[in-house]
Design a protein around this ligand. Structure first.
Ligand SMILES: C[S@@+](CC[C@H](N)C(=O)[O-])C[C@H]1O[C@@H](n2cnc3c(N)ncnc32)[C@H](O)[C@@H]1O
Ligand code: SF4
Ligand code: SF4
Length: 396
């Protein structure tokens, strides 16, 4: 972020209904060097297929325009600071909206696959305040504000940042953390009740160390998770980035988490390595077909233990076609597919966007799925992606 930063933004609304209760809008926010576009559809409005298609086309056009602005800006201006805010775009009725605020680029771990550049920078309270001010005041009580990093617990003013966010009207605050620093119970208590998204990739201390490239932090991470649960009122999701070293042990990992969480509720998100992760640590890549049996066994154990599994939704999601019961894990958000290339062979292609097979177009879950990253497609091919056809019930 530049030192002369100011919230120089344009907010454009395209409304399709005049009635304020049934307003469907496309909101474009342009902040110096940052663009976001989102579509707002109230829960009480049911869109027809044609209307949804039209909305998607409009969004696609705006996104292309913004991407072209963004490319021109980044070519003409030196990147000199921290990009703090990222809007996570979700399109569709009843889809939520999440804003990710990266408060620091420092960390107490060095996961080889991490997609963040740990430059050591830390945002000042002032910069964070201005980023929060920029966000739409009316959306603050409904949106999830995700405080992330780097490792946000390494930010010396984390408590003040959480307080500030609450004062600015954010009701749903989520902390993305490895939980190591939360082994001190007082730190968890001071944060107050909130949502936690904790990365915890193995239940074996040696593998935990290997994946996080840290030493002896496993016990602290486990204590951190316990403290979050025992504080009461918090919502906790464990994020497991599934990779070549941990996939076979996933069912045992679920058993461990079940013992750890008792009697508190907990959720799990199974994540796939992102493009950056696969490029940085090719050895951690794993073929989806190879991973699927252990993943399905883990889902079965979650079901048996009553552990909630987060929807397989977003760029890091494992495609639904790998699951025995795909429909049970589909999210509610549809995603724009304009950066998805539908083709059967990605050899020699650039790494832009997402990859799907040609036949994915006929998959029941196409609009809910972001496919895989291009590096995955090049390395493992797309044969394991199996489009799901709508099931027809026989006439009675
Ligand atoms: C970048 S981290 C920042 C927050 C915190 N340090 C943590 O690890 O939870 C945010 C989340 O992204 C996940 N993550 C990091 N690199 C990833 C990658 N290459 N692919 C998928 N998920 C990744 C982490 O496991 C974590 O849950
Ligand atoms: S703990 Fe989080 S920020 Fe730190 S290296 Fe791992 S994934 Fe990256
Ligand atoms: S759209 Fe393609 S990748 Fe996604 S679930 Fe369907 S078959 Fe799998």
């Amino acid at each position: 972020m530049r030192s002369d930063w100011k919230p120089d933004y344009i907010r454009t609304k395209v409304c399709f209904h005049k009635d304020s209760l049934r307003r469907i809008g496309i909101v474009v926010r342009i902040l110096t060097g940052q663009f976001s576009v989102r579509c707002v559809v109230p829960e009480n409005v049911a869109l027809s297929i044609a209307e949804r298609r039209a909305l998607r086309i409009i969004l696609r056009v705006i996104q292309r325009l913004l991407a072209s602005f963004e490319r021109r800006l980044s070519a003409s201006e030196p990147q000199s600071g921290i990009r703090l805010v990222k809007d996570v775009l979700k399109v569709g009725p009843d889809s939520g909206h999440e804003t990710v605020l990266r408060i620091c680029f420092t960390c107490n771990q060095r996961c080889g696959f991490c997609f963040v550049d740990l430059s050591g920078k830390t945002a000042s309270l002032d910069e964070i305040e201005r980023s929060l001010d920029f966000m739409d005041p009316r959306a603050r009580s409904a949106e999830v504000l995700t405080i992330s990093g780097g490792e946000p617990t390494t930010h010396p003013r984390l408590l003040e940042i959480v307080e500030l966010s609450r004062r600015r009207g954010f009701r749903k605050i989520k902390l993305q953390t490895n939980a190591v620093h939360l082994s001190r119970r007082d730190r968890v208590e001071k944060l107050g009740t909130m949502m936690f998204f904790v990365s915890f990739h193995s239940h074996r201390p040696e593998l935990y160390d290997q994946l996080t490239r840290s030493r002896g932090q496993f016990r602290s991470a486990v204590s951190g998770i316990r403290n979050i649960l025992e504080a009461g009122g918090n919502q906790l999701t464990i994020n497991i980035v599934v990779n070549s070293l941990n996939y076979a042990e996933l069912p045992g990992h679920i058993d461990f988490i079940d013992q750890l969480r008792h009697p508190h509720p907990i959720a799990i998100f199974f994540s796939m390595l992102s493009e950056v992760g696969l490029v940085r640590t090719p050895d951690l890549g794993v073929d989806l077909g190879q991973m699927a049996p252990a993943l399905n066994e883990s889902l079965e154990r979650c079901r048996k233990y009553g552990i909630r599994v987060e929807p397989f939704s977003g760029n890091c999601a494992i495609p639904l076609c790998q699951l025995r019961v795909p429909g049970a894990y589909r999210g509610r958000a549809e995603y724009p597919q304009d950066d998805v290339r539908y083709q059967d062979d990605f050899i020699g292609c650039d790494k832009r966007g997402r990859a799907k097979r040609l036949s994915c177009k006929s998959c029941l879950h196409d609009q809910y799925c972001r496919g895989v990253c291009v590096s995955y497609a090049q390395r493992f091919g797309l044969d394991t992606l199996r489009p799901i056809r709508p099931t027809r019930t026989a006439p009675s």
